[in-house]
Write a new protein. Structure first.
Length: 139
């Protein structure tokens, strides 16, 4: 894995989104989540990060997840901040990984196949469909 791929992955883990702009800039949200060291690393590898993010840049959920699986082929889960669900959740390939990540981190998880089934739905329908099938910690 390249330094740029590692940085993209690390930003995803801490809930930071990286979005390349048409002007060749890299938008970082939320910027306050970055340490000075991480900001320096992102600046150093900005060109490669933008190239990686632009390779398959589309607004669809399917292509974003497809890019993630190409960049990180051995992933257990991707932690994302979902505005539709109002929380951070793990996106996982199988139930075992989801249960393990929930136990390790306390963040809920959803199966990738369940998310892909929601692509054409509006935000209310997505939330209504996903919340009942979420993998959560048991008390």
């Amino acid at each position: 894995m390249t330094a740029a791929q590692t940085l993209i992955h690390h930003c995803q883990e801490i809930g930071v989104s990286l979005v390349p702009t048409p002007e060749g800039k890299l938008k970082v949200r939320p910027a306050e989540a970055l340490s000075e060291e991480l900001k320096d690393e992102l600046r150093r590898h900005k060109a490669e990060i933008i190239t990686l993010l632009n390779q398959k840049s589309t607004p669809s959920v399917c292509s974003s997840l497809s890019l993630a699986t190409e960049v990180f082929p051995d992933w257990r889960g991707l932690l994302i901040r979902s505005t539709r669900l109002g929380m951070s959740v793990w996106i996982v390939r199988d139930l075992n990984d989801g249960q393990a990540l929930v136990k390790e981190t306390g963040h809920a998880a959803l199966l990738l196949d369940d998310i892909l089934a929601q692509v054409k739905k509006n935000p209310t329908e997505v939330k209504k469909a996903l919340l009942p099938i979420m993998i959560c910690a048991t008390v």
